[in-house]
Ligand binder design. Structure first.
Ligand SMILES: Nc1ncnc2c1ncn2[C@@H]1O[C@H](COP(=O)(O)OP(=O)(O)OP(=O)(O)O)[C@@H](O)[C@H]1O
Length: 552
């Protein structure tokens, strides 16, 4: 790495020991100076070992502030440490708040306070560090925050006020906070009223449903402002300029978990503050050339659709409704007949069953993503688009399209562990009709180290587009009259699951929302941002810049 010129270097006091503190454009470092008389005065324990160098990347410094040493040590009646002689000799101090990487992808805010001999030196340090922070252009300064007070355990407001707002204040981020009053409040506000030019990003405090509202609001607004028709699957979408941050406060928070590696509001807030971003693939779902929804994680028909439909009727149960409905749906063991057509992604690196895992700076995403950059020819001109469709008819317990691993705390490797966040594909998983026992084996493998695709009734394809048509209709609106009797009968069966007959239709679970149509066509659009976090793909921010939708 190129050696950076030093901006400042001084000997400063830290926890009663002298440190050589140095700053360049990239790093703030401090190293204890080994002297015979190591301690300047009386000994308190400190965690820094002599001679060990400590460093924090400038991009992970949250704030710097001058400290009023007098007020820090004056007697206000509360318990406090005895004033140290050393701080009398070094009466000026500044504190640097920075990101500390804790365990399991968890980030925490840490402080380090340096004491100086002179006030001018202290101010110089504060000013120089502030200048470096101001130069970081990817950091947000003004955020629009939506809180769902009813998501998850209904703790959204408390989580924001107690854990997130103080960090935004520390980092000098101004916020406009809206507590939603009804479902789709955030989506509609973003789509119509929000003065987006005033903000550097939008943040949702809630679960996957709230994130989905933000995606729909922002993407729709951008297309409308630019005169783009979302109903046409061939239409090239205009990129959004704002990013979306997620503070997890929902029931499953699958998107946060899959992108950050952990569901922790403080970690997510810190990722937002330092301006991390992660590109994401987005599926657009159409029915008869009418746009229905976007999906960023799971599109599930059959099992996951039925679980959602049942759990929505049991919202009063809280997060436990998913367990209850999951168990109930497993017992009903309904399968659905239909035709799945899909366009395999043949020009890409990686397969759904390889051992790769998407990480920040993922090579596969970068390589495959090149295909979708604006500099390349439209996808529908690629040879594979001409007649490359495959068709599978059958009886399915589940049809799932995973645009990301869909990892969550219950299934840490996810529905499709090797799926990529931003490679322009989705993993289509078909689970054919099988015994309850085999289906249970398949489901349990999501929570174990065993391959959930290594079963003869399961197949997985990495695809660019797919369609599904249920057996009993050409399309939902062109129902075959002869089948009407079956549909009616199936509805009765659905209402009375003791009957062993399977209903004709399931619902699509689109990122936790029910879709009103069974017959759908799915293509991918691209939401693009940039990746700054080096350890993992994980970052709380999603750079919302939509690129190519796929054409036929
Ligand atoms: N004020 C509100 N009142 C009622 N519903 C709301 C309100 N604000 C948002 N919603 C809706 O609540 C639904 C669920 O919200 P959210 O995703 O935040 O929590 P969750 O469903 O518990 O979590 P997850 O989606 O992660 O399982 C969303 O679809 C959203 O549209």
């Amino acid at each position: 790495m190129e050696k950076q010129p030093r901006l400042l270097a001084s000997q400063l006091l830290l926890k009663n020991s002298l440190f050589e503190v140095s700053l360049n454009r990239v790093l703030l470092t401090w190293k204890e100076i080994a002297t015979k008389k190591k301690r300047v005065s009386g000994g308190i324990h400190h965690p820094f070992k002599v001679g060990t160098s400590h460093g924090v990347s400038v991009s992970e410094i949250l704030a710097v502030r001058e400290l009023d040493v007098d007020s820090e040590t004056k007697d206000d009646g509360r318990w406090q440490k005895m004033p140290q002689k050393s701080t009398e000799a070094y009466p000026y101090a500044f504190t640097v708040s920075y990101v500390e990487r804790a365990w399991q992808h968890r980030w925490r805010c840490s402080d380090v306070t340096f004491h100086c001999l002179e006030g001018a030196l202290c101010q110089q340090w504060v000013q120089t560090i502030r200048e470096q922070l101001t130069a970081l252009t990817s950091r947000p300064k003004h955020l629009l925050v939506y809180i769902n007070p009813y998501g998850g355990k209904q703790q959204g407001e408390r989580i924001y006020e107690q854990k997130v707002a103080p960090l935004f204040t520390l980092a000098s981020i101004s916020t406009h906070v809206i507590v939603t009053e009804h479902a789709n409040h955030a989506r509609d506000h973003l789509r119509t009223e929000a003065e987006l030019k005033k903000y550097d990003g939008v943040v949702c405090v809630g679960g996957d449903g709230m994130f989905s509202e933000m995606v729909h609001g922002l993407v729709s607004r951008t297309q409308r402002d630019n005169g783009v028709d979302q109903n046409s699957p061939e239409e090239k979408l205009v990129p959004c300029t704002l990013r979306i941050g997620i503070i997890p406060a929902g029931s499953t928070d699958c998107i946060c978990y899959a992108t950050v590696g952990i569901n922790d509001p403080v970690t997510s807030a810190l990722h937002i503050i330092v301006g991390d971003a992660q590109p994401m693939d987005v599926c657009s779902v159409h029915h008869n050339n009418t746009f229905l929804r976007y999906s960023v994680s799971l599109l599930g028909y059959g099992f996951y659709g039925d679980v959602l439909a049942d759990s929505e009727r049991k919202r009063w149960m809280g997060p436990a409704r998913y367990d209850f409905s999951g168990f109930k749906t497993f017992l009903t063991h309904h399968y659905y007949e239909g035709t799945v057509s899909f366009l395999p992604a043949t020009d890409i690196l990686g397969t759904p069953r390889d051992k790769t895992r998407c990480r920040a700076g993922c090579f596969i995403c970068q390589h495959n993503g090149q295909l979708y950059s604006e500099d390349h020819q439209p996808l529908f001109l690629l040879p594979e688009y001409k007649g490359g469709w495959r068709v599978i008819r059958g009886k399915f317990l589940a049809i799932n399209a995973a645009s990301m691993s869909c990892a969550c705390p219950r299934s840490p490797k996810g529905l499709s562990p090797a799926a990529h966040l931003a490679d322009g594909t989705t993993d289509l998983i078909l689970v054919r009709k099988c015994s309850r026992f085999n289906f249970l084996r398949h489901l349990l493998r999501h929570t174990s180290k065993y391959d959930q695709f290594d079963m003869n009734f399961v197949e997985v394809h990495r695809v660019r587009r797919f369609r599904f048509t249920p057996r009993y209709c050409q399309s939902d609106s062109e129902l075959d009259l002869r089948e009407n009797g079956k549909r009616l009968f199936s509805q009765i069966c659905r209402d009375h699951p003791a009957c062993s007959c399977s209903p004709a239709y399931s619902s699509w679970n689109c990122d936790g929302e029910i879709l009103p149509h069974a017959a759908i066509e799915v293509g991918l659009v691209r939401i693009k941002g940039k990746i700054l976090d080096e350890n993992l793909l994980q970052s709380a921010q999603t750079g919302v810049k939509v690129h190519l939708p796929f054409g036929q």
